[in-house]
Design a protein around this ligand. Sequence first.
Ligand code: GBH
Length: 522
Amino acid sequence: MRGKSRVALSVAALACFSFLSTVSGLSEPLMYTGLSNYTFPEEFIFGVATSAYQIEGGWNLGGKGESMWDTHLHKYPNYTVDGSNADIAADSYHLYKEDVKMVQYLGLTYYRLSMSWPRLLPRGTDNYISEDGKRYYRNVFEELLKANITPVVTLFHWDLPTPLMDLGGWNNPRVVDYFEDYARVAFELFGDVVKIWTTMNEPHQHCYNGYGGTQFAPALNAHGIGEYLCTHYMLLAHAKAYHLYDKVFRPKQNGQIGITLDSFWAEPKNASDPEDVAAAENYLQMHLGIYANPIFNGDYPDFVRQRVNNMSIQQGYTRSRLPYFSQEEVKMLKGSSDFFGLNHYASFLMSPCPGDEYNVPSMDHDTGVCLEQHPNWPKPGAVWFSVNPEGFRKLLNWVNDNYIKRNNMSIIVTENGLCDLGGLKDYARISYHKKYLYQLLLAKNLDNINIQGYFAWTLMDVFEWTDGYTSKFGLFHVDFESPERTRTPKLSAQLYKQIVKTRQIDFEFLSPESSKYQSNKL
Ligand code: GBH
């Protein structure tokens, strides 16, 4: 009897053990508790990111020209949910020295920021360079270097000079050349101190929301054609700026230049339904592959090319709504980035849908995929924003499989951060960065993905585009009511500082559930 029951017990124990080991993988590290068993190596880059229009203000100071966001928000003051604009924003035009101190406070040695094209070239074109714009960016870069912080500079984070917008913006092929001219001025003036450039920030968000839809300025709503033209010419502009740097400036300036692309993670709504799996893949191809494939592999993805061509024919067009690259352009695009800059925030569930709810024609209708929120993913802020850390690792793998491995490239995460509605005790942000960074560590160590760095979005609360000042992403709070735009570190600033210093994630640190640290009782 005894013997029998002992056997029974050990069988049960074994069953239980193997159940556990398949669930948590036992050979894999424990999830989200204690100290992460992987660390960030010394050479791993930690930084924070901002963008010019979202922080600078000084919209008309020093002879700055208008950007299309200035113009749009002055013309339609109720465009943003709180009726705000970025005329002053966080006033970094005056307060950039404080910004640099905050980056330093976090213990960081990298800061990603963007240059305002119309601050440097008020007319958009290079026949007139603003002295004030020159001085401002020179001051910012020098201040960073004095603090031992490497600037990572984006040329275009959505604030197109209004005179170029009036010509059709990225729907006008000529703007490709004007971007190249702007890039030349920037490299000439600042290439001695700026050694890491990115050309464009998130062309997808810019083209899809601003040209295809109305969620962003210039709100052209030219769906079905506008977002594809914008995509096409932004890609060509990027490639031209890349080769200009590569041929003319790199030999003497010795820097790197890449692009920043973005994507949600596309999770099939039902992982065992092949149609949902295909829908998720189609979504990624249409939103991320459409940029990444030309740049890393040579042309638009097959799915995108075929789908838009077929839909265009069905809809009675003589030509595809998606323009073609010439063979020379394909060659110019392929390999035109020294690294893959990736911005990532949130995940959606994907399933096929006939697209009746979409405009016809449109990129959404062409994709034929519907997006939903998972009921269990936390939503601490804006409607689009859900927390699903595992989606980050899956996206890193998707990018790795399609572009990185085969080209021997590396990924730099150029933005990642949490949206909430405000407050200094931002535990949701603390938990978000711990978990997303942990997923990054797993991608690096278990999936062997070459990830070089991580930039938290964002240094401080900023003008969040259509959300105005209602959505918060900052590690520092900014008091937008005070003329001083007072900056105060949130709890998440302590967390990030700790991770950067220890190069490890301590899930107990600043966790309200843990009593390991005195500071947790704040
Ligand atoms: C990035 O864009 C930007 O680079 C940065 O400037 C921005 O501040 C940051 O992320 C945070 O948003 O479903 O109609 O409400 C992310 C772009 C823009 C993606 C808004 C989701 C929601 C559109 N995000 N969009 S809607």
